[in-house]
Design a protein around this ligand. Structure first.
Ligand code: HEM
Length: 439
């Protein structure tokens, strides 16, 4: 029987793994219809795509950035479609940024060599290991503040109460958003993140446009201010780099902030949610990390492999080529499917088993090669602290809705909501030992 798999079909994103399994077995490089995009599902082939940025260009990632602004492409099913997309473009043309300037702005995730390297070194200054490590105490405070109102209740919606506010607050503080504008920033982030996740259900083009326009106005003032009063926050660091050769324009700073919102928030939210789902279904693994919290970093790596927050990326073939014997014409869109590569039995024995003791942990959850996630160490830190605090606050927990509703996105994977019941830990924090061990 011939295969007919459309990665944009919402039925597939509910549980993509059996479909990925079939593709890996029968058609590891598969031209999906109606988009004509090539899905790549075996680990080695996905690696081949990541390792050849000259052949598989990241300019295709612009699709994701545009969907973050609510404008999709009919083929991808991302962002607004039809009349709504036309309305969004019309609104966009009213922006203070001329469309031409917007289109010629460099965007880290959608750039190729030789533009990518200098750009990456520039923004890297905001993500040095020292700067990230220094955030740990504050991340812990934020995690505890999220848990405080629910700690004694024994129930919470993990997504709403914990895994959404934690990364949004961390990014707001990293950027240096003033306390009095945090609520606005959260509102702009929520809207841009929702449209960036591929689902515009219930979202109006006007709402996305307003959020983007307000964020633009806020950031332009923030950038101006830092030009006269230098500061060491992330916006300040980007502005301070203005004298360098790869200096970012104001529009590029704005787009980088939008990229951080899209790339750094919902991904971390999903990592925490997917982890709690996996633990709820694997009692032995849960008890192992509860007894030995120093295994939490291994837990985080296995969540990234087992149920990757980013399932699929976009690339464009720069010339006619061939992958696993399949001809890929120039300009085709190629989808390296991280979620599928992670269940490839050629790479990970017994891949459908959630196992924090795996010896092979070389997953692609943060990508691979020149575009390897800029925020990986921040995400790992946030996730470690999140699980230390969550598991420390609970003697045990279970999902209140065993049929987890997933977000409507083929790109990102994570629960829409995750109500849980839990038994509060007797001393309120059973994992103080982790911190003592680290101190
Ligand atoms: C669990 C959380 C996260 C996951 C799973 C994740 C995943 C990824 C992946 C797969 C890529 C590669 C994209 C490509 O090759 O086209 C990437 C790139 C990127 N990520 Fe993350 N990410 C996470 C958290 C973060 C955070 C917290 C930030 C920043 C605050 C961030 C910022 C970025 C940026 C700026 C890039 C582009 C890097 C480049 O193009 O050179 N990410 N991420």
């Amino acid at each position: 029987m011939s295969i007919a798999i459309d990665p944009f079909d919402p039925q597939i994103s509910k549980d993509p793994y059996p479909h990925y399994e079939r593709l890996r077995r029968e058609a590891p490089v598969y031209r999906s219809e109606p988009s004509g995009f090539f899905m790549v599902t075996r680990y080695d082939d996905v690696m081949r795509v990541f390792k050849q940025p000259d052949l598989f260009s990241s300019t295709a990632m612009m699709t994701i950035m545009m969907s973050g602004l609510g404008v999709g492409t009919q083929a991808s099913g991302l962002g607004f479609q039809g009349a709504d997309a036309a309305r969004m473009l019309e609104l966009f043309q009213q922006m203070p940024i001329p469309l031409g300037e917007f289109l010629k702005s460099r965007m880290l995730i959608a750039s190729d060599p030789p533009i990518h390297g200098p750009l990456r070194s520039l923004v890297n200054r905001g993500f040095t290991p020292k700067r990230i490590a220094a955030l740990e105490p504050r991340i812990r405070e934020i995690a505890r503040a999220c848990l405080e109102p629910v700690r004694e209740k024994g129930e919470m919606d993990l997504v709403h109460d914990f895994s959404i506010p934690l990364p949004v607050t961390v990014i707001a503080e990293l950027l240096g958003i003033e306390t009095e504008r945090r609520a606005d920033f959260k509102r702009w982030s929520d809207v841009l993140i929702q449209s960036g996740s591929g689902s515009t259900e219930g979202l109006r083009p006007e709402t996305v446009f307003e959020a983007f326009r307000e964020l633009d106005a806020y950031l332009r003032t923030a950038i101006e201010r830092r030009r006269s009063e230098p500061r060491s926050d992330l916006i300040g660091t980007l502005v301070a780099a203005e004298a360098s050769e790869a200096a970012l324009s104001t529009t590029e700073v704005l787009m980088f902030v939008v990229l951080l919102l899209i790339a750094g928030n919902e991904t971390t939210t999903n990592l925490i949610g997917n982890g709690m789902i996996a633990l709820s279904r694997n009692a032995a693994q849960l008890s192992a990390v509860q007894q030995e919290p120093e295994r939490i970093p291994a837990l985080v790596e296995e969540i990234l492999r087992y149920d990757a927050p980013i399932q699929i990326l976009f690339r464009r073939a720069t010339r006619d080529t061939e992958l696993a014997g399949v001809r890929i014409p120039k300009d085709s869109t190629v989808l390296p499917c991280i979620g599928a590569a992670h269940r490839d039995e050629r790479q990970f024995p017994d891949p459908d088993r959630f196992d924090i003791e795996r010896s092979n942990t070389v997953h692609l959850g943060f990508g691979f090669g020149i575009h390897f996630c800029l925020g990986a160490s921040l995400a790992r830190l946030e996730a470690r602290v999140a699980f230390e605090e969550l598991l420390g606050a609970m003697a045990g927990f279970e999902l209140a809705e065993p049929n987890v509703p997933y977000i409507d996105s083929f790109l990102l994977r994570g629960p829409k909501r995750l109500p849980i019941h839990f038994t509060p830990a007797r001393n309120g924090r059973s994992h103080g030992s982790t911190e003592r061990a680290r101190a």
